[in-house]
Design a protein around this ligand. Structure first.
Ligand SMILES: [Zn+2]
Length: 343
């Protein structure tokens, strides 16, 4: 990570967050913010492959800002929901990029729960006017969650059986499960004999239905599959409850913690307060959130502004292998670059 500069800032509620920034000699295309998903960290965009995404973007002239928001395993854990990130993290992150770079426009690439929380923020009109976010590439899930049935079984298990017993779920329990209920959850790893990587197997217990869930083994090289052991960790139960509520509602919902004047209750039932261009993408074989959810979000935006936005399924990819795959630099990143470059 020696190429990256650490830039610290505080979220709107004072929580310390930070960026890892990769700036090329001539960042003529301006800033792009990369936002990771749940229970990982910004480093998830930087696997040990020859051409990871941050370097591809920097070589193309982008000033790359990898955000560690409150879901990062490198940030002090808290019992947060997507609401907290939408209200406090993303507006402050965008403002910080503007303050440091002086640019009055920027772009964003947001993944999974980094995407849902960012979409909540931008659709509720909570981002600063400057710098203005003009293009958003959203991967895996945006305003509509859709899963296969097995995940529906797992999530009530997590909340019904474990609420008030554990405060979160942790893929690192694959190595060490502290306490009775963590050990009970860990025992579900017996269902996952698809590889010998304890964190890969435990992440499949936590995040959906698939063997494995978060990537297709075929798409990862051995070094990246091994590296993942240190990259997936803890997520709060409160977050799983919010996704469960969103599944029931058929669209992303807030928790009601903040006034309706700040965050609406439902996010696909009102006009988004943004004129950014959105690129919705997902792996055709995503087993964490199936592609029909992303298609529903595209349909929603297509009705708002026909012909303006894009939807793309990446053939043969799952959830995170979109960024981690051994061939992502040739099969996925050119699409991302083309869309970011489009005016
Ligand atoms: Zn594995």
């Amino acid at each position: 990570m020696s190429d990256f500069t650490r830039i610290e800032f505080n979220a709107g509620d004072g929580k310390p967050l930070f960026f890892l920034r990769l700036t090329p000699p001539d960042p003529y295309r301006g800033p792009v913010m990369l936002v990771h998903g749940m229970s990982v960290r910004s480093n998830i965009f930087n696997p040990p492959v020859a051409r990871p995404l941050p370097h591809v973007l920097a070589d193309a002239g982008y000033d790359v800002w990898m955000l560690n928001w409150r879901a990062s395993i490198d940030v002090e854990p808290s019992d947060f929901t997507l609401d907290d990130a939408a209200v406090h993290d993303h507006p402050a992150a965008v403002a910080k990029i503007g303050e440091v770079t002086g640019w009055d426009t920027m772009k964003a690439l947001v993944h999974c729960q980094g995407s849902t929380s960012f979409m909540m923020s931008i659709c509720a009109g909570l981002l600063p006017d400057l710098p203005k976010v003009t293009t958003v590439v959203s991967n895996a899930i945006a305003l509509h969650a859709d899963v296969r049935t097995l995940m529906d079984i797992k999530m009530p298990f997590a909340m019904g059986a474990l609420r008030h017993r554990v405060d979160g779920m942790d893929a690192q329990w694959g190595y060490h499960a502290p306490g009775f209920w963590a050990k009970v959850t860990r025992s579900l790893m017996l269902l996952h004999r698809e590889c010998r990587n304890p964190v890969c197997r435990m992440s499949s217990v936590v995040y959906g239905a698939g063997w494995p869930v978060l990537w297709r083994h075929e798409n990862l090289d051995d070094a990246t599959h091994d590296w993942i052991k240190g990259e997936v960790g803890w997520a709060p139960i409160a977050f799983f409850e919010q996704i469960q509520a969103s599944l029931k509602a058929g669209e992303l919902v807030s928790t009601g913690k903040y006034p309706l004047s700040v965050l609406p209750l439902r996010f696909a039932s009102q006009m988004p307060k943004t004129d950014a261009r959105f690129v919705f993408m997902t792996g055709s074989m995503n087993r964490c959130f199936v592609p029909t959810g992303m298609a529903a979000t595209f349909d929603f935006f297509e009705k708002v502004a026909p012909g303006r936005h894009t939807f793309q399924k990446m053939h043969g990819y799952g959830h995170l292998d979109i960024f981690l795959g051994k061939d992502a630099a040739t099969e996925v990143f050119p699409f991302i670059l083309d869309e970011l470059n489009r005016e």
